[in-house]
Structure formats: C-alpha cells, structure tokens
Design a protein around this ligand. Structure first.
Ligand code: MRU
Length: 343
C-alpha cells in the first residue's frame, strides 16, 4: 500500500504536507527556519503526536544549519546557547503530545550535553539524530500495525476518531496503521470515522486517507456515536494517543473520552495504539497531563464561516483524558498491554 507522506526530507531540505489545507489542496511547503516550524505546529499544518515530534527534530536541525550559514553562530558556545533557545521556543508550541518533548529531550541528551570539536561536527550529529527519530517512527508504526492488526478480524466494523494515519506520523500510522496492516494481510474491514470537531481531522484527513487507500469508510459527526453503536454492529474502536500516564490514563483528541464511555456502555472493545515513548512514566495519572486549550474562534467558526455570536464564551480543550479502566488494551510496538496497566 502507498501512503501519503506528511514529512519529506530530501537534499537537506524539509517539507511538510500542509494539513490545514487538506482536502481542498494537496500542497507541500518548505520549513526553512524555527519561526515557520513553530507556526506550522501551532496552526496544525503538521499535527498528530508522532509527526509533531519528528518534524520538530528535523526543523531544529534546519534552524541551527540556517544560523550557522548566516554566520549567527561563531563558536561552539554560541551553538549551545542558541540551540537551548530553539529547544525552549519549539517546546512552547503545543503542550500535550509527549513526542515533541521526547525529541527535545533526545537533542538535549545527545547534542546539548555533549562535547564537540567543531560546529560542523555538532550540526552533523544533530542531523543524524533527527534522521534517526524520523526513521525510527516508521519502524514503530510497522510494529504497532502488526500487533494491532492481530486484534482486527476479517469483516470487522471499526470506529476511529481524529486522524492517526500516515498524516499523523512519519510512517503508516498507529490506529490507522493497524487498519492498513490488516487490509494488507487480506482482511476486509469497514471503517466509520468521526468528523472530529472543531478542526475536522476526521472528515478532512481520515476520510481523505482512507479514500486514498481505497478502504471502505463512512463519515459520521461526533454526536452520532451512540446512534451508530446502537443501530450498527461495531466490533471495536481504535484510537491513537498524545500522552499515556503510568496507570494507562490516555490523553487523545477531544471527544475520545465520550466514545470510550459509550463503548463501555455498549460492550465494544476500545483500543489505544501508540509508540511506547508516548507513555510518560513521570506522570502517575491523567489529571497531571497539561491539556492544550485553543482559540475560541475554532469553535465559533466552521471552516472559516461564522457559526456563533462573536462575543459568546467558548471552552475549547484540544484533548481529553480517558481513564484507563475504560481502555480494553493499549497496543505499542512492544506488544498488547491490558488493564490494570503495568508498563
Ligand atoms: O490536534 P491533533 O490533530 O494534533 O491531535 C491528534 C490526535 O489527537 C491523535 O489522535 C494523536 O496525536 C495520535 S496520532 C498517531
């Protein structure tokens, strides 16, 4: 199967597919510096926890190379001071997905805290590390896909939420990746996917990806899930994750928690698929996860059309936390974990 690539790194240049424009326009844009990288993350031109981490790592290299070429860095001391500032700035873009902070931590450990002889050597090591993070994500997706596909039987009707495919990762995806793997194994599936208000990652991105992959799919709005579960035979729910705490509580796109409650009520297995690094062992439980709150305009408009009074109060959390007892299993590249979670 051929997947739409969300991130391209060729000839030492970084490009991303501008997801804010999908599905109307399929356009790759260059990321030339830190400012463009931060803007792209904040405005969801690149989104999905793994893709954010990979793109951050590559764009940190792009920014440091730019500073070196433009002679803004004259020695290794400058290199380290400026790298620290770049890491701090990119770390402020989106708080919830752990993958961004994984990339930042790796760069701190392997570049910032190491000694080099020349700036070129430090830059070269930074590039190597960013490419490892990029390549690793593809491999992780394949492994998660294999474990996940073992739970998907021929003829399964699956519900998914948000977008967890190749647009959200550097590889084939996590929850969607498992569906792709199942299809590659010859299993026939049907996927229902939620629109995912307010930014429509389901209708704009998942419907687009599933159509591209020629996998039978049906779009529903977020408030149709109870109706779907009561009227159609849904065999399982597959979703991704932005951060999982030590006890298995899982932050994912807003609306995931409601689906988990409904799945529990209707006795439908609810699976979370994510790389093992999504598990934040520094946090004991989900109430410690910082949840990003986004601009009111995203709720007061629908695809740029005004859909509410301009002065109305808005609550716009981008993620919610599903308690671990509602999650049937968490699937990582290391295998299938079941409640009570001991990672
Ligand atoms: O706001 P987004 O689009 O970055 O949110 C994405 C999600 O919540 C995904 O489900 C999650 O990042 C997993 S992507 C493999």
């Amino acid at each position: 199967m051929i997947y739409i690539q969300s991130i391209k790194f060729e000839n030492d240049q970084l490009q991303i597919l501008d997801q804010a424009k999908l599905p109307i326009e399929k356009k790759y844009i260059y990321i030339n510096n830190l400012e463009e990288a931060c803007e792209a993350i904040i405005n969801l031109r690149i989104r999905g926890a793994p893709a954010i981490g990979v793109m951050a790592a590559l764009s940190i290299y792009i920014e440091m190379k730019r500073q070196f070429k433009e002679k803004l860095i004259n020695n290794l001391n400058d290199f380290k001071i400026n790298l620290q500032s770049v890491l701090d700035q990119i770390g402020k873009t989106r708080p919830t997905a752990v993958n961004l902070f994984y990339a930042i931590r790796k760069i701190k450990e392997e570049i910032l805290n190491k000694d080099f002889n020349y700036i070129e050597e430090a830059l070269n090591e930074l590039k190597k590390l960013a490419l490892i993070i990029f390549e690793e994500d593809k491999i992780l997706c394949d492994k998660i896909g294999e474990h996940g596909a073992s739970l998907i039987f021929d003829g399964a009707n699956i519900l998914t939420h948000c977008n967890t495919g190749s647009l959200a990762t550097a590889g084939k995806g996590t929850a969607l990746g498992a569906i792709y793997t199942a299809v590659e194994m010859g299993k026939k599936v049907h996927v229902y996917n939620t629109e995912t208000r307010p930014l429509l990652q389901g209708s704009r991105l998942t419907s687009f990806e599933l159509n591209y992959a020629k996998i039978p799919n049906t779009l529903i709005t977020d408030n149709m899930v109870a109706s779907l579960f009561s009227n159609k035979k849904i065999d399982m729910v597959l979703v991704g994750a932005d951060r999982i705490t030590k006890n298995g509580d899982t932050a994912n796109k807003i609306g995931t928690y409601s689906i988990a409650i409904l799945a529990n009520y209707f006795n439908i297995p609810f699976y979370v698929l994510a790389p093992y690094t999504t598990i934040d062992t520094n946090l004991d439980s989900g109430d410690k996860i910082i949840i990003e709150e986004r601009k009111p305009d995203e709720v007061k408009t629908f695809q740029q059309c005004i859909s509410a009074p301009y002065d109305v109060n808005v609550y716009n959390p981008a993620f919610d936390v599903t308690p671990s007892r509602l999650i049937t299993a968490i699937i990582t590249e290391k295998g299938i974990f079941r409640f009570p979670y001991h990672f």
